[in-house]
Design a protein around this ligand. Structure first.
Ligand SMILES: CC(C)(COP(=O)(O)OP(=O)(O)OC[C@H]1O[C@@H](n2cnc3c(N)ncnc32)[C@H](O)[C@@H]1OP(=O)(O)O)[C@@H](O)C(=O)NCCC(=O)NCCS
Length: 197
């Protein structure tokens, strides 16, 4: 299987939107104008499998936390292209981009009921923190992190009070959305090892 990762451009908008729609349950929804901005700003990578567009990853710096923290906002690979290491390649490219931009670590947030937690673990990420989920699903959200700068303490942030919305404005996080370091809240630990068997 031939895999290529490139920086996506405005031409990739329909592909990104269609994959986002397909996996909206897992990766949520970012409005079209915001996706356009991310594409223009070069924050989206596209992964091709055998010269067919097959996945994408959206990476941005998260300035409301400590400097040097980069977030994988969305990552998805088409169903028929999954399990061919394209996710690994996309993540690897994101790590490289974050490092080149002076980053310390990259992170991804993932609802606890999703299989993709196993992917983050397999890709070398560490489960660092969790927060309560929305009322509709009642699932906690897990925060996975990986250092891109050697020696980085993965717990360098503590409970961001603000988040940068897709519209570029800061919004205050409610109490429910505050992250707790896993080691500070060992209630109902998540047995990722067992879940991934
Ligand atoms: C997560 C996702 C991007 C991974 O893409 P992928 O190209 O299939 O991932 P890879 O082939 O690089 O997987 C590498 C390893 O991760 C682990 N892994 C990946 N998907 C997994 C799954 N569904 N269940 C368990 N382990 C998984 C495996 O160890 C895999 O290695 P293997 O195939 O040799 O067993 C893809 O499953 C996806 O698009 N999911 C839907 C959207 C989503 O959930 N995004 C993340 C939201 S937090």
């Amino acid at each position: 299987m031939d895999k290529t990762i490139i920086q996506a451009t405005a031409k990739d908008l329909p592909f990104v939107l269609s994959l986002q729609k397909k996996f909206s349950n897992q990766i949520g929804f970012i409005p079209k104008p915001a996706v356009e901005k991310y594409l223009e700003a070069g924050k989206v990578f596209r992964g091709d499998l055998n010269e067919q567009e097959a996945g994408f990853l959206l990476l941005r710096e998260t300035p409301c936390q400590n400097p040097g923290v980069f977030s994988i906002v969305q990552a998805a690979v088409k169903l028929d292209a999954q399990r061919h290491s394209l996710g690994f390649c996309l993540t690897g490219r994101a790590e490289k981009a974050a490092k080149e931009a002076g980053g310390k670590l990259i992170q991804a947030a993932c609802r606890e009921d999703l299989d993709s937690n196993c992917f983050w673990q397999a890709a070398g990420f560490t489960l660092v923190a969790m927060r309560a989920g929305g009322q509709a699903r009642g699932q906690r959200v897990l925060l996975w992190r990986k250092a891109v700068l050697e020696g980085t303490d993965l717990r360098i942030f503590h409970t961001p009070k603000y988040n940068l919305g897709a519209n570029g404005r800061f919004c205050k996080l409610s109490k429910m959305e505050e992250w707790k370091l896993v080691e500070q809240r060992p209630i109902e630990p998540i047995d990722i090892e067992r879940a991934c068997l």
